[in-house]
Design a protein around this ligand. Structure first.
Ligand SMILES: [Zn+2]
Length: 211
């Protein structure tokens, strides 16, 4: 914790003065262009990966970069999606999974989660990806996990489309959905190409999007 507080003090003394104009401008309003949904994993840092400043990304983070389908009892993720689309008018939504994801590892290895009932319940929002993954043959656990990370991003893109605000944005073509996967070891980002259903290197295919 000491390291974190020392970092905060360094931020206040050295970094904030250089960005005071930006924070002054942001002090009364925000207009981020993008809702970025990713895992809580400490190694995935949206602003670092995208080299964006405060005010650019509206972020939702949770275990497994999950967006529950819209339902009669919407929770925090649903409320945040609705606010991003209806109030902030974001034009893009990124759902970003990553390599070596603990949540996806638990699913792909069928880890017993009975001692973590909240996690067990939460990961049921990835059941479609789990079922697809279980129905296919893979040569190794690593291959199975990598495929599940992809299948989960696709499943969550499906889930988020059930949200009324997102459905309206897609019909009116004011909203675009992106499915990304970050490789922690290489720094590479793959993106889902909605045309082919394949994940391709984003750097070489900057025009592709999911929906
Ligand atoms: Zn993760």
């Amino acid at each position: 914790m000491q390291e974190i507080i020392e970092g905060l003090i360094r931020f206040q003394r050295e970094v904030f003065p250089q960005q005071s104009a930006l924070f002054k401008r942001l002090s009364t309003a925000q207009s981020p262009s993008t809702l970025f949904v990713t895992c809580s994993d400490s190694r995935v840092v949206p602003e670092l990966l995208t080299q964006t400043e405060p005010g650019s990304l509206f972020v939702i983070r949770n275990a497994g970069n999950i967006v529950p389908s819209y339902g009669p009892e919407p929770g925090g993720v649903s409320a945040t999606v609705e606010y991003a689309v209806k109030v902030l008018n974001v034009t893009d939504i990124v759902i970003c999974g990553h390599s070596n994801c603990g949540a996806m590892t638990a699913i792909s290895t069928c880890t017993n989660l009975e001692h973590m009932p909240a996690v067990q319940s939460w990961l049921r929002h990835a059941d479609a990806a789990k079922a697809i993954n279980a129905s296919r043959h893979y040569c190794s656990d690593a291959e199975r996990l990598a495929a599940l990370v992809q299948d989960n991003v696709i499943a969550q893109l499906g889930n988020i489309r059930t949200h009324p605000s997102v459905a309206v944005g897609l019909v009116n073509k004011t909203l675009r959905l992106h499915g990304w996967i970050f490789n922690i070891e290489s720094g590479e980002m793959l993106a889902l190409d909605g045309q082919t259903g394949k994940f391709l290197p984003l750097a070489e295919n900057p025009e592709i999007y999911a929906v």
